[in-house]
Design a binder for this molecule. Structure first.
Ligand SMILES: Cc1cc2nc3c(=O)[nH]c(=O)nc-3n(C[C@H](O)[C@H](O)[C@H](O)COP(=O)(O)OP(=O)(O)OC[C@H]3O[C@@H](n4cnc5c(N)ncnc54)[C@H](O)[C@@H]3O)c2cc1C
Length: 474
């Protein structure tokens, strides 16, 4: 082994298996007889305009810990095994490392946030001028956004053609094996995990023991879901009281498991056409995740600016008081309140409940979608820039391929349809446990708090506000 170092820059890809950057760096290091040095940087340069949310910090802390444990267990030479942690500006950190060590290569998996792309390109060209081998890979999506186009080579902004193009024109590769690293180089100036200061408040600590973080936990979860649940996914996935979805979202967000691995395990060597409908619908949701990345790529300011420009004149209601009531789950609508409490208590919320609460905030309370999205960003363990902001815009009506604004969810109908016996509501609002399956959806004033707004009034107000927008734009 020589004194050269091959760097693997980990980002949202905290896994050993099917990690292209890690795999190819390892092959390169073997060929060149160099040591691998794995680096994670908690960045102060903000690629996104929003900071890492509180719940995400908890997950990241635990995910780095688990990655390190797995990595050191798998390492062939059991010394210097801790991965290198840094905090700050990657450009500066790499510049300092180049001065101190003989770096022969740097490998990373690509990100698609526009500011990240810009920054990564800068780092890449700097390394290249120094004759350092820079290699980047797709480790996040099935197919990278610029590779999916319509028949006229146009960008696709509607989900179904996007999905069809992915299915018809692209081949999903085999997953790469676990990378067995022989020598790891520990950089003495790297930080301890605790020095990243990720765990900063008591609220986060409630997730300890509730969620199992890391690559192994993700794989176990997927295996269980495939042997029990996936084939009924199409039937069960809309009911928040059922355990009908995979709960893989935080694992996917932090890259503890790749979508390629999920795809291959779901198809289990069968042709896509032959798998059960449950599996197809599940893979379709994985493609929704891809579609959100595509939207983020096409609309870099997805978190702030309406995709549908006509919404720029919408008269939102900047009501801090009502917003607080919504965040705390005190609206008086049991299904909305249960969902907001699920989020607060567990750091996760069922997709149907996300749609109901987001619709309630933007249509019943007319509060800007960005407020709700930022709240989700802070409190969701799976907070994902692309999926979160694209979904909020979709629900609010201003997103690409969005549900039309005038389709306003009735929270009471949603409640009786998707939580008929009130099991979900009772789980998160135990004070309602004695109500019957009729009263639970719309309890009398004597058994629960009064509703923040009357549904009929709110619906008409929302439609009027929307019609003003249409007049304004015509
Ligand atoms: C207002 C709102 C905000 C959302 N914010 C996020 C977010 O921050 N992060 C996030 O990962 N998902 C978000 N979603 C999408 C979806 O609610 C979650 O991905 C899903 O509930 C996660 O649970 P699961 O892993 O059990 O999903 P499953 O039903 O098991 O689906 C499997 C995977 O497919 C992906 N997926 C499923 N539905 C969607 C979708 N509609 N859009 C994009 N990807 C999807 C996720 O990666 C998910 O883990 C949001 C949806 C809404 C309506």
């Amino acid at each position: 082994m020589n004194s050269e170092i091959t760097i693997v820059w980990l980002r949202n890809d905290l896994r050993l298996e099917d990690n292209p950057a890690l795999y190819h760096a390892n092959e390169y290091a073997k060929k060149n007889n160099s040591q691998i040095s794995i680096i994670y940087i908690l960045e102060n340069f903000n690629c996104l305009s929003t900071d890492l949310g509180s719940a995400s910090k908890w997950w990241l802390y635990n995910s780095l810990k688990k990655f390190n444990e797995n990595f050191s267990n798998d390492l062939i030479q059991k010394n210097n095994f801790d991965i290198n942690l840094f905090k700050g500006d990657p450009e500066k950190i790499f510049s300092d490392l180049i001065k101190s060590f003989k770096i022969n290569g740097i490998f990373w998996n690509r990100r698609y946030e526009s500011k990240c792309v810009e920054r990564d390109t800068k780092i890449k060209s700097k390394f290249k001028t120094l004759n350092i081998n820079v290699q980047t890979y797709n480790g996040k999506v099935l197919v990278e956004p610029w590779n999916i186009k319509g028949k006229q080579n146009q960008n696709l902004k509607v989900f179904t053609p996007y999905k069809n193009s992915l299915l018809e024109n692209h081949f999903i590769p085999e997953s790469l094996p676990i990378s067995k690293i022989k020598y790891h180089f520990k950089i003495s100036s790297s930080l301890k995990l605790s020095e990243l200061n990720l765990i900063s408040n008591n609220w986060m600590k409630k997730f300890d023991g509730v969620w199992h973080v890391g690559e192994k936990a993700a794989l176990t979860k997927l295996e269980k879901f495939i042997s029990n649940g996936i084939d009924d996914y199409d039937q069960d996935r809309n009911f928040p009281f059922k355990d009908g979805t995979s709960k893989l979202s935080p694992h996917l967000h932090f890259g503890e498991i790749s979508p390629v691995k999920i795809w291959n395990m779901t198809c289990n060597n069968q042709n896509y056409e032959k798998i059960s409908n449950g599996r197809k619908v599940f893979l379709s949701e994985i493609i929704w995740r891809e579609f959100a990345v595509n939207l983020m790529f096409l609309y870099p300011n997805l978190d702030k600016i309406n995709i549908k420009e006509n919404f720029n004149n919408f008269k939102w209601n900047d009501d801090q008081e009502n917003f607080k009531v919504w965040t705390r789950g005190n609206t008086g609508y049991p299904i909305v309140d249960a969902a907001m409490k699920e989020l607060w208590d567990t750091g996760w919320m069922h997709n149907r409940a996300r749609m109901i609460t987001a619709s309630f905030l933007t249509k019943h309370l007319l509060i800007p979608w960005q407020w709700g999205a930022n709240w989700f960003h802070d409190t969701l363990l799976d907070a994902d820039f692309a999926s979160n902001y694209a979904s909020w815009q979709w629900v609010a009506g201003c997103g690409a391929d969005a549900a039309p604004y005038f389709r306003i969810f009735n929270p009471l109908t949603q409640s009786s349809k998707f939580d008929p016996s009130g099991q979900y509501i009772k789980k998160y609002i135990p004070e309602l446990k004695n109500l019957d399956s009729k009263e639970i959806h719309s309890p009398s004033k004597s058994s629960y708090k009064s509703m923040i707004v009357d549904h009929k009034f709110a619906r008409e107000r929302a439609l009027n506000t929307y019609s003003l927008l249409r007049k304004f734009n015509s």
